[in-house]
Design a protein around this ligand. Structure first.
Ligand SMILES: [Zn+2]
Length: 401
């Protein structure tokens, strides 16, 4: 078996739909595949309702029950890195237009039939309007976030799509009423599961169980009692005379990512990888000694403060840091986009800035250490024609659907 270090990781997309992607990740180890899964599950920021002011609730459900259900409604969170800040990073006192999205829910039933209150009844207030919220502070006027929001940013998923059924909040009868003000904030699922962009993410490896990582219980015949998964077609079955290879390692992983609609599957996977890069870069930075950090600072000064352009990596291909003075310890074979003959690297191949890059000119370290969302504009998940998701079947950009 060829060593992992000799083969570049490849991604082959098998199916891509509006809310899910199925892909095969090869030539990485089990720890990496699981890291991707964990990061996608828990570390990608979205917006979700976080504060609820209940003015009227004459329904049968108690206030906290409804507040919880409102929090779990997925809201469209495209480009969350740039379109909204964390409230904790904002200069406002108690939430402003740059760090929150305000929603109103006002439903009263006048009919004799039971009425469904759904996510379609939630109305998003435009950023510059006030909806009678109890704590309102003036927005500091130095942000660009609002201009970077898409048209339906913060709207409940499916509100503008007749084909998608809305999320049921509660049912009311004649005379009952709900009047609620909601404040949605940016967050990650490590804090609360309502911020997870994924409803499910899983991977399978070794479908024939050649590695014996699983022990199947059976009565008579293991092959008839444990049907093989679809992924088994991708690999050779075990021969009866094959000896058990106790040194074998899994290298091929069959991923299935399903989102709740707040982010698309492409954004989820690409941001997950960028987030993983950021975490590893922070780890490397944390392991550096003070003399090494001083040396990095000197290098940055030598480039006249233009550090975001080229501190990591000698080419424009992303995070493959081959610059010895930056000492990042990465080799371009693992991460650098652009250099792979099949275009199968991780980095956004055409980004003029490094895949670690942020844009702040006064940053001291080369990677964006403070933003949980990964690099700034021009980082990893490039939208260029040769963004690094080339699939082996020759399609330049595997996401074109
Ligand atoms: Zn704010």
């Amino acid at each position: 078996m060829q060593g992992l270090e000799e083969q570049e990781p490849t991604v082959r997309i098998r199916a891509l739909k509006k809310d899910r992607v199925n892909f095969v990740l090869e030539n990485v180890n089990l720890a990496f595949a699981n890291s991707v899964r964990r990061v996608v599950m828990a570390d990608i920021p979205t917006v979700a309702i976080d504060i609820v002011e209940i003015e009227t609730n004459t329904t049968v459900l108690p206030d906290e029950f409804i507040a919880h259900r409102l929090g779990m409604i997925p809201l469209i969170s495209t480009n969350c890195d740039e379109a909204i800040r964390y409230t904790r990073d904002c200069v406002c006192l108690a939430g402003c237009d740059f760090c929150t999205v305000r929603l109103l829910l006002h439903v009263a039933c006048q009919d004799h039939t039971t009425m469904d209150v759904t996510s379609n009844h939630l109305e998003v207030l435009p950023p510059d309007t006030r909806g009678g919220f109890s704590e309102e502070t003036e927005a500091p006027d130095n942000g660009e976030e609002i201009s970077k929001r898409s048209e339906y940013f913060g709207h409940p998923v499916g509100k503008n799509d007749l084909k998608l059924p809305p999320v049921l909040i509660c049912k009311i009868r004649k005379g009952q009423e709900l009047r609620i003000r909601c404040i949605a904030k940016k967050g990650i699922a490590k804090e609360h599961a309502k911020w997870s962009p994924c409803s499910a993410i899983s991977f399978e490896y070794d479908p024939h169980n050649k590695l014996r990582h699983t022990t199947y219980w059976f009565e008579n015949d293991i092959r008839t009692e444990w049907p093989l998964s679809e992924n088994a077609k991708e690999e050779e079955p075990e021969r009866d005379d094959e000896l058990f290879d106790y040194n074998a390692q899994p290298t091929k992983f069959y991923f299935e990512v399903e989102t709740d609609g707040s982010l698309g599957p492409q954004e989820v996977v690409m941001k997950g990888l960028a987030e993983l890069q950021t975490k590893l870069a922070n780890l490397i930075l944390g392991l550096k000694t003070q003399p090494e950090l001083d040396m990095m600072a000197n290098d940055e000064q030598a480039t006249n403060g233009n550090i975001a352009e080229n501190t990591w990596g000698t080419n424009a291909g992303g995070g493959g840091g081959t610059n010895a003075s930056s000492g990042g310890g990465w080799t371009s074979s693992a991460w650098g986009g652009g250099t792979s003959p099949r275009g199968s690297g991780w980095g956004g191949g055409t980004s003029p800035r490094g895949a670690w890059g942020g844009t702040s000119p006064n940053r001291r370290n080369a990677w964006n250490a403070t933003s949980p969302g990964g690099g700034g504009s021009g980082s990893g998940w490039g939208t260029g024609a040769s963004a690094g998701w080339g699939s082996p079947d020759g399609q330049a950009n595997g996401w074109t659907v």
